[in-house]
Structure formats: C-alpha cells, structure tokens
Design a protein around this ligand. Structure first.
Ligand code: AVJ
Length: 325
C-alpha cells in the first residue's frame, strides 16, 4: 500500500515508533540503527537494484535452488503424504516460491498457499498475480505480524504446516535474536511441521565482502538513504555527504556488518534533539550473518528442531535448510 493510502492513525503510530527507535539508537554508545527501516519506497527500489547487481549473488543462488532443485525441496515437504498449509513469512512478490508452487500443483499436492506480509498492498498484488498464473491454486493471504498470523493460520486449519522464511533474512538478526526467533517459530508449530529457512553460507570472504561493498555504490546509497528518510520523516538535518558507508566481513564469526562513518565532527538535529558525532565515529547499521552447516545445525538444535534435509545451490553458496518441529 502506498504510504499515503495507509489509515492516518497507522502512519502516526509508525512514525512515533520510528522516531523512538531512531533516537534510542543514535543516543546509544556505540550508535546503532535498525535495518528494518531501510525499506521506505526509495529503499525498496535500491534493494531491487542490489538484487540485480553482479556482486550480489544471494538472490541468484536461492533462485537456482527453487528453479533447479524444486523436486528435492518438494520431496521433503511431501514426504509424509498428508495435506498441508504452505506458509511464507514476508512473501513479497514470491518470485522464488512460484517455482515450488507450480511444481507442487503439477504433482497434485494437497496444499493451501498462505503468504504472510505486513504490507496488505503487496499481498493484493500477489493475490492478483497468482490467480491469473495459477487459477487452481488455493491461496489465503494473511496481513500482519509473522507470529500473530502464524497463530491465525493455526486457527484457520489444523493441517500440517510448512513455514518458509527465505532470502537469508534470518541473517539480519544478531545471534541471540536468531535463537529467540527460531524458538518462537518452534512454539507456534506442532510436532511434524516443517520450517524451510534460507541461509547464506560462509564462503570466500572477498566474495561476501564484494556483495555488500559493490563498485557502483548501490549498497552505500541503500545505507545512506536511511539518513535521507530520517531527514524527511523525522525532521532531521543530516548532511548525507558528511557520511560514508563502511562494510566489514569477519570470516571467523561469519558476521558481515555495515556501518555509516561520520566524515567530520558534527552536530545533527533529529526532531530537536542534538546528536553529536566525532570525526570517524561509526554508526552500526546492519548484520548479514553467514553460516556454516554446523552453525545451522546448532541453531536448529537450540531452538528445538531436527534437520530433515537441506538443498544447496550449484556453487555451494546458499542453502535452504528444512527443519522438522
Ligand atoms: C534482505 C537481509 C537478505 O542481508 O543480504 C543487502 C539485505 N543489505 N545488502 C542481506 C541487504 C545490504 C539482505 N537481506
């Protein structure tokens, strides 16, 4: 839904939360920000450009899995032969899942597709697209918070659940956050249900760093756009040219982190609150965590899942791991 079409109260609440989170983060020491705020209309467009850049392999790698290893994915999902609800967290335009949906329909799997997204507009577009492309698909759109909607899905039907969380989005969580997310996911599932989660794998460190430090500067623009968003929505006066993007990858921990660096000592006003920046001070923006198979097994075990299988792209760069509750 375009922002202008949201109910007025919703906009006020969202802005209130945004302001509170931004002020809290910029008053932290070290200063921090939340990556979920990258995605305004301009940020969405820049992320589309990121997915199309030569260095950003993640989308192509997971697409390779959904295009070319569809049968292996489906075999695990259909192993027990019973009907199921195929739930997708943050479905977006479902480009990858479309291959799986088509394959499942061809095999006459008995399932309902339930995309969950916080954007009702995105779900409307998806619903229209799928009813044209796959008129025989059963689809129930769920608009709202992931776990609220998982509870709704459980109330709607008592069928087996398969929950997909693709794109390496779990990588945007700090380690402890990822554990609590997976535990909460487990608590919302029943024994025998499946989680299908996308993980970007540890690989040559330079390949990873390049994906987040592209030559054309699109990732830099994506990060710096948050300052422009804060200026526009919260009445701040960031001079964006006084900041630069800095990316770091630690091959030992697998953490790929982005920062914004203040190029000089400066004061910025955010909605009347003055924030001081030292020269070369860093604001921590985002983690894109990379995993080994061991890391994945450990995360599954600590959150109460067993691994049913995994499907990896032809380069061995990205994996979709299937966990049984
Ligand atoms: C949307 C979380 C998969 O971390 O790779 C891309 C976001 N940030 N470039 C990622 C992102 C900078 C992306 N995910």
């Amino acid at each position: 839904m375009p922002e202008s079409k949201l109910p007025k109260e919703q906009i006020l609440n969202d802005t209130k939360q945004f302001r509170a989170d931004v002020l809290k983060g910029f008053n932290n020491n070290p200063k921090t920000s939340q990556s979920k705020y990258f995605y305004d209309v301009i940020g969405d467009g820049l992320f589309q450009q990121i997915m199309a850049m030569p260095e950003y392999y993640l989308t192509r790698s997971e697409m390779d899995i959904f295009k070319n290893r569809t049968q292996d994915l489906a075999n695990i999902l259909m192993a027990d032969g019973t009907a199921f609800d195929l739930i997708e967290l943050g479905a977006g335009d479902a480009t990858k899942s479309l291959f799986l949906l088509k394959h499942l329909l061809n095999r006459q799997a008995n399932f309902t597709y339930m995309p969950i997204d916080i954007s009702g507009h995105i779900l409307d577009v998806l619903d229209d697209k799928l009813s044209v492309e796959m008129p025989e698909l059963n689809i129930v759109c769920l608009e709202g918070d992931y776990f609220d909607m998982l509870k709704r899905a459980a109330n709607l039907s008592s069928r087996r659940k398969v929950v997909m969380f693709l794109g390496g989005n779990v990588g945007n969580m700090e380690a402890a956050e990822a554990v609590s997310f997976c535990r909460e996911l487990r608590m919302n599932l029943s024994p025998g249900d499946i989680a299908l989660i996308g993980f970007d794998l540890k690989k040559n460190p330079q390949t990873i760093l390049d994906a987040y430090n592209d030559k054309a500067g699109i990732t830099a623009a994506f990060n710096l756009n948050l300052l422009t968003r804060i200026n526009r929505e919260l009445g701040a006066d960031f001079n964006v040219s006084n900041f630069s993007h800095y990316q770091n990858y630690d091959p030992l921990t697998g953490a790929c982190r982005s920062y914004i660096i203040s190029l000089k000592e400066q004061d910025v006003s955010i909605d009347g609150t003055i924030i001081h920046f030292d020269k070369d001070e860093a604001v921590y923006m985002e983690v894109s965590q990379k995993f080994s198979q061991d890391d994945i097994e450990q995360l599954a075990a600590t959150s109460g899942f067993a691994i049913a299988g995994s499907v990896t792209d032809s380069k061995g760069w990205f994996t979709d791991s299937l966990w049984v509750a």
